[in-house]
Ligand binder design. Structure first.
Ligand SMILES: *[C@@H]1O[C@H](CO)[C@@H](O)[C@H](O)[C@H]1NC(C)=O
Ligand SMILES: *[C@@H]1O[C@H](CO)[C@@H](O)[C@H](O)[C@H]1NC(C)=O
Ligand SMILES: *[C@@H]1O[C@H](CO)[C@@H](O)[C@H](O)[C@H]1NC(C)=O
Ligand SMILES: *[C@@H]1O[C@H](CO)[C@@H](O)[C@H](O)[C@H]1NC(C)=O
Ligand SMILES: *[C@@H]1O[C@H](CO)[C@@H](O)[C@H](O)[C@H]1NC(C)=O
Ligand SMILES: *[C@@H]1O[C@H](CO)[C@@H](O)[C@H](O)[C@H]1NC(C)=O
Ligand SMILES: *[C@@H]1O[C@H](CO)[C@@H](O)[C@H](O)[C@H]1NC(C)=O
Length: 463
């Protein structure tokens, strides 16, 4: 009931706000707004989940559960943190993957040293990977398998697999960080391994695990569909270079829920060919915030659509909600809703940066850009460290359109905050602080702007 009233109020306000623009546009705006408000990502919980929850080693008997336990210790793993357990893991994987209803167990209370390894499917049905102990990577970059420069633990071509347990995946990354060109300019810029990768898979669930101290990105979900990640903790130091928390690329129907991420780069980054992504209950900090992008590097095409973040707390991050694209790209970012986000001492809480560049050869302005449209920020509150609490730096030749602000209240730590726009158009209602007049003034033709921004500030209270 309240919702309905609220929407009615919004409609009323919109009619007022959009008045003076072409009559047709009102309807387009309403359609877009409805779409932004309503889209959601829902994954069916399949029956396997219940099976997985019930797994408990203490009470495990083959007869009662019908499961086949494949314990890495049985395959010769030492679990002392020193002996090389790679072969034991690959042998256990072969067995578990080829056996129906198996549970690959990494027992608790032990540390397993494992080299860069690709665990490939497809596997027999109903595989559970139960990680209760700690898996650690060898520390020395110079000993890394040169054939797998970007991989530590990679799982691919899985279908309907559950990863779960209280265990830890630890990339032992400190020597990699020290060798990074971001840390020491005289070092060459080389890629480094990702702790956990799930690639070319579908129907995967990851729950309970901790991923930490990755060599580079902590957890990548690539080229996959229907992936649910819940109660996962990611932890790397705030100054560890390029250690994104969860990186989503080429993937659809992904849900991240109840995750706590502290890292040295983006807590979550969502890049090309990803759509229907939902993040719910996310804690981020330290880190670079929650990012869509970067996209469009080296004149490439980047497409990201339908992303919703609902309920997040960001603390002392260097960005809050960010969309970043390079000059010269193509493609689009469309249909994004950031809602119910609280920030504490965040720099750049709301930012679209279409001049992003961490690659000096491509920092010149160009006419081509990734098109950004239909981006909603609703109920975003908290404190900012930047004067420009709201920043929409959009491409001169490809403006951002349909940016919607609804109840945004960002306070400066000490002093004034302001909004900045370049080539950005949109509308706002509810409380908006700092007031984002620059967003509405872009495309009005002869409309009284001071009147309009006043409406935006007072919002539905007035209606
Ligand atoms: C793991 O890596 C080390 C160092 O490169 C190497 O000596 C060892 O043979 C590898 N273990 C396996 C099982 O491949
Ligand atoms: C940076 O790296 C170079 C070469 O790899 C090394 O000689 C130098 O000591 C490093 N500097 C610092 C500050 O670690
Ligand atoms: C982005 O994804 C599309 C497929 O949706 C693909 O054609 C394109 O090559 C990708 N771009 C990059 C930079 O990988
Ligand atoms: C940029 O793209 C071109 C053409 O696709 C490719 O040949 C080149 O290697 C790319 N450069 C970088 C730095 O990725
Ligand atoms: C991208 O395209 C522009 C315009 O065609 C060209 O000037 C520029 O060199 C290209 N950049 C790269 C990195 O290929
Ligand atoms: C706004 O978001 C916060 C969480 O950040 C939440 O506690 C609060 O209930 C939300 N308010 C509304 C009106 O939904
Ligand atoms: C690119 O364009 C933006 C916006 O017009 C401008 O602020 C910036 O200075 C330009 N950068 C370069 C390198 O020309």
């Amino acid at each position: 009931m309240m919702d309905k009233l609220y929407i009615l109020c919004l409609l009323g306000l919109l009619m007022v706000t959009a008045y003076g623009v072409a009559g047709k546009m009102v309807y387009t705006d309403l359609d877009i707004l409805k779409k932004l408000e309503n889209f959601d990502v829902v994954l069916d919980d399949d029956a396997d989940d219940n099976d997985a929850k019930l797994f408990d080693l203490v009470s495990f008997t083959r007869r009662s559960s019908g499961k086949n336990l494949v314990n890495v210790d049985t395959f010769g793993a030492a679990g002392d943190g020193v002996s090389d357990d790679t072969q034991a893991f690959t042998n256990a994987w072969s067995k578990a993957c080829s056996t129906r209803k198996s549970v690959l167990l990494v027992p608790q209370g032990r540390r397993y040293l494992v080299n860069a390894t690709k665990f490939n499917g497809p596997c027999e049905q109903k595989l559970i990977i139960q990680i209760d102990g700690t898996i650690v990577a060898p520390e020395e970059p110079s000993d890394w398998d040169p054939k797998l420069p970007r991989v530590w633990l990679e799982f691919s071509k899985l279908k309907g697999v559950v990863f779960q347990g209280k265990g830890v995946i630890d990339g032992s990354g400190s020597k990699w960080w020290a060798a990074s060109c971001k840390k020491n300019k005289s070092n060459p810029c080389k890629s480094a391994p990702t702790a956990l990768t799930i690639d070319s898979s579908s129907g995967v669930k990851v729950t309970g695990l901790t991923i930490q101290n990755s060599q580079q990105m902590n957890f990548i979900i690539a080229r996959s569909d229907a992936v649910r990640v819940s109660k996962v903790m990611v932890s790397s130091p705030g100054d560890s270079p390029n250690t994104d928390g969860i990186h989503i690329t080429g993937s659809t129907n992904v849900v991240l829920q109840d995750c706590k991420i502290g890292t040295g780069d983006d807590c979550v980054s969502i890049v090309n060919a990803s759509s229907n992504i939902k993040m719910k209950n996310i804690y981020c900090g330290p880190g670079h915030g929650i990012s869509i992008g970067s996209l469009g590097n080296n004149n490439s095409t980047g497409i990201v659509t339908n992303v919703v973040l609902d309920t997040a707390f960001l603390r002392e991050t260097s960005n809050g909600l960010r969309i970043k694209t390079y000059q010269g790209g193509s493609g689009y970012v469309q249909g994004i809703r950031f809602t119910n986000v609280e920030m504490q001492d965040v720099s750049n809480p709301i930012i679209i940066d279409q001049f992003y560049c961490d690659n000096p050869t491509s920092c010149q302005n160009q006419t081509s850009a990734v098109k950004i449209s239909q981006i909603m920020y609703r109920n975003i509150t908290g404190t900012t460290k930047s004067e420009k609490a709201i920043k929409f730096a959009c491409s001169d030749s490809v403006p951002c359109s349909h940016i919607v602000l609804d109840d945004v209240n960002l306070e400066g730590k000490d002093g004034q905050v302001e909004a900045y726009c370049n080539s950005a158009e949109g509308f706002g209602y509810g409380v908006i602080h700092p007031s984002a007049d620059c967003l509405y003034s872009h495309d009005d033709k002869g409309m009284d702007q001071s009147h309009k921004s006043e409406e935006a500030e007072t919002g539905h209270d007035e209606l």
